[in-house]
Design a protein around this ligand. Structure first.
Ligand code: HEC
Ligand code: HEC
Length: 311
């Protein structure tokens, strides 16, 4: 009996040792341009994010042991690919701002830092005060000009073109993943409006008849096939007195549900059309991974941000 136990333990040790042989690499990469933020902001990012989103990954001894190590390596490699504070200047200034906005959003939604990580590294958990510091920093990076003549001129020019009929589409544009522009979105029902202080746009979110019916019936987890949303964005113009009005049309985005057809992108077909010429966004059909990544914190609500108000 005793012998059997000894043999089992020996086998387990050998298996554990064998597991150590498979070690996916976490590359040593130099810090080329660390994000330039105030010390208190930097301290929070270093503590809670840098292990996966920088080239200063600190792998503790207990992280080194496979199979846990495999998860660590996957998280670091995937995390760095989406956001790397050590190579910050690789992003253009507006993209840096957009990434910060996305980061604060993901923290707010409880999606970051990853919960399997904070369970083992409790010091990485963020307090309400930490989150407030990050939000205030994001806000401080934004200058909202009062009357921006360039913005007003752009809106006026666009309006003149529109009223002269020059902006009429000749063909229906199609995104690289095969989703066509849906001109009928203008007749859908407005569900919500949002504004984004970091990039000066205001947005309206509309739903088609299937989405509105599903909302009324509470049938939204998951949303039924055929439900579709449009999100339209305009520049927001602010005058000296603080009055805010829509300016130039920027883009319209769509999400259309088909659990089978769009299985690879969580059951939603994503498409974005920019400028009044409705130029499809994206360089390859894979552009939608960017959409899915940012919508991921809403995994519990079928990847949709806009939710009915609960009384
Ligand atoms: C344990 C590793 C880990 C930690 C710590 C972590 N993240 Fe992440 N993060 C990931 C992984 C993996 C992904 C990609 C997959 C996903 O979204 O789950 C990701 C994705 C993201 C994205 C989306 C990037 C994209 O593709 O556009 C943002 C933004 C982000 N994290 C912000 C943060 C912030 C801010 C912190 C710190 C408060 C943080 N993360 C902490 C692992 C981590
Ligand atoms: C930086 C993060 C981010 C990225 C990237 C992103 N979205 Fe969104 N999306 C949001 C947020 C946040 C909302 C909620 C409404 C708001 O704040 O304007 C939203 C809302 C939407 C909505 C309205 C339905 C809903 O979920 O509330 C549509 C449609 C949409 N996005 C389409 C897209 C498409 C198409 C892409 C890719 C081409 C995309 N989104 C990429 C963050 C993102």
């Amino acid at each position: 009996m005793k012998r059997k136990i000894t043999v089992t333990i020996c086998i387990l040790i050998v298996v554990l040792l064998c597991l150590q042989l498979y070690r996916p690499a976490i590359k040593e990469q130099p810090v080329t341009s660390d994000i330039n933020a105030p010390a208190n902001v930097k301290a929070i990012l270093k503590r809670a994010c840098y292990d996966c989103h920088s080239n200063e990954t600190n792998i503790r001894w207990y992280d080194q042991i496979a199979p846990a190590y495999w998860q660590v390596a996957a998280d670091v490699n995937e995390g760095r690919a989406g956001l790397n504070f050590s190579e910050w200047d690789k992003l253009a200034a507006p993209d840096q701002k957009a990434k910060l906005w996305e980061a604060v959003n993901q923290i707010n939604a409880g999606a970051m830092p990853l919960s399997n990580y904070t369970a083992v590294h409790p010091s990485a958990k963020l307090s309400a005060e930490d989150v407030a510091i990050l939000k205030a920093y994001l806000k401080s990076t934004v200058k909202q000009p009062f009357t921006d003549t360039a913005k007003i001129n752009a809106a006026d020019k666009q309006f003149a073109q529109w009223s002269s009929g020059k902006l009429q589409l000749k063909n229906i544009p199609v995104a690289l993943n095969g989703i066509a522009f849906m001109p009928d979105y203008k007749n859908w029902q407005a569900l919500s409006t949002t504004d984004r202080y970091d990039n000066g746009t205001m947005r309206v979110i509309l739903g088609n008849a299937i989405a509105v019916k599903a909302l009324k019936e509470g049938n939204i987890k998951p949303w039924p096939n055929g439900a579709a949303f449009a999100k339209v964005a305009w520049a927001s113009l602010e005058d000296k007195d603080g009055n805010i009005t829509p300016g130039e049309f920027k883009q319209v985005e769509f999400m259309i549900k088909d659990a089978d057809k769009y299985r690879d992108t969580k059951g939603w077909g994503f498409a974005r059309f920019k400028t009044p010429a409705m130029v499809p966004y994206g360089k390859t059909a894979m552009f939608a991974t960017e959409c899915v990544n940012c919508h991921r914190p809403q995994a519990n609500t079928d990847y949709v941000f806009t939710q009915p108000i609960k009384h």
